[in-house]
Ligand binder design. Structure first.
Ligand SMILES: C[S@@+](CC[C@H](N)C(=O)[O-])C[C@H]1O[C@@H](n2cnc3c(N)ncnc32)[C@H](O)[C@@H]1O
Length: 290
């Protein structure tokens, strides 16, 4: 299963890769952005990082032509300071984060993110992490907590209470198919373009992986990770994530620790959206650490 890189040219342009620099791809995924960064390096190095060991293995294979320039490492954003310490690196010259999940993660039935492909209700970005799965949250959370996940993280405000009660009645829910059927039985046919399960699955995914907390941690850490003059480029796909990125960048700019490079958010070109529908909600923002 392929993952088409989103805003690849724009990322490289804003990152302004210097051949002798040390860069950090915080979200290696399938290695598309990593490969393009590594191709621009001479004496420089790329730290290729992802919390998902399976993705990192694929990224390693995809970037094998440049293996001598690449340091692959598994970890989460919130652990990045310790990760760089472990590699003996004080700071990097640029950082890229292409947030969210990759297409193989999203569509593989075994990973449990997809309401289209039935599989175990898992949704952990990394199967090595000993954290609660979506099945744990759906079956063991209190009604109040489940409703909060669906309403706040899934942004399903209108039906959150009703959906929560239906899920509690349908327990135990062990597969993505069971969850999708329980939501659809209640919410009825599609509303507009959106399958009624989309928001419920999104809320659970964000909760299982503490995705918003991770983005907040990344934003906080930036001046400790990136050297003065180095750039940070973040691509987000979700309005809650993009808000955290925007606020994080602004806080650093106000504190005199960064200069905002993208006065307005950068969106993919029409041509990219036509050829890769997954890029349609992408938003890119960039800063320079000062
Ligand atoms: C959209 S994909 C990246 C795709 C990649 N840029 C490419 O084009 O091949 C996002 C990746 O980020 C990883 N990821 C998401 N949140 C993370 C976090 N908090 N820490 C580390 N990796 C994370 C996911 O496991 C996934 O592989």
């Amino acid at each position: 299963m392929e993952h088409f890189p989103v805003m690849l040219n724009e990322s490289l342009e804003w990152l302004d890769v210097r051949p002798e620099g040390v860069y950090l791809d915080a979200t290696a995924g399938l290695g598309n952005h990593s490969r393009a960064i590594a191709a621009r390096l001479a004496a420089g190095r790329l730290v290729m990082h992802d919390r998902d060991g399976e993705s990192l293995d694929q990224a390693r294979r995809f970037t094998s032509d440049y293996a001598e320039r690449i340091l692959p490492v598994r970890g989460r954003f919130s652990e990045l300071r310790e990760t760089l310490d472990g590699l003996g690196l004080a700071k990097v010259d640029g950082l890229l984060a292409d947030l969210g999940v990759s297409r193989p993660q999203l569509t593989s039935s075994a990973r449990g993110f997809s309401f289209m492909n039935d599989g175990p209700l898992d949704m952990r970005m990394s199967r090595e992490e000993n954290i609660e799965t979506a099945a744990d949250l759906v079956n063991f959370s209190s009604e109040q907590e489940l409703a909060r996940i669906i309403a706040e993280l899934g942004e399903e405000r209108g039906y959150a209470r009703k959906i929560t009660r239906a899920l509690i009645r349908a327990r135990p829910i062990l597969t993505t198919g069971q969850l999708a059927r329980a939501v659809e039985a209640l919410a009825g046919p599609r509303r507009g373009h959106l399958n009624p399960s989309t928001k419920v699955f999104m809320g659970l995914r964000l909760a299982v992986n503490s995705e918003l907390e991770e983005v907040e941690a990344l934003m906080r850490l930036l001046p400790d990770l990136v050297a003065s003059g180095g750039r940070v480029v973040v691509i987000s796909f979700h309005s809650l994530e993009d808000r955290l990125v925007k606020q994080g960048f602004l806080a650093h700019a106000r504190g005199g620790r960064a200069r905002i490079l993208t006065k307005h958010v950068v969106r993919p070109a029409e041509e990219e959206v036509r050829t890769n529908a997954a890029s349609r909600s992408a938003k890119l923002r960039a800063i320079e650490i000062v």
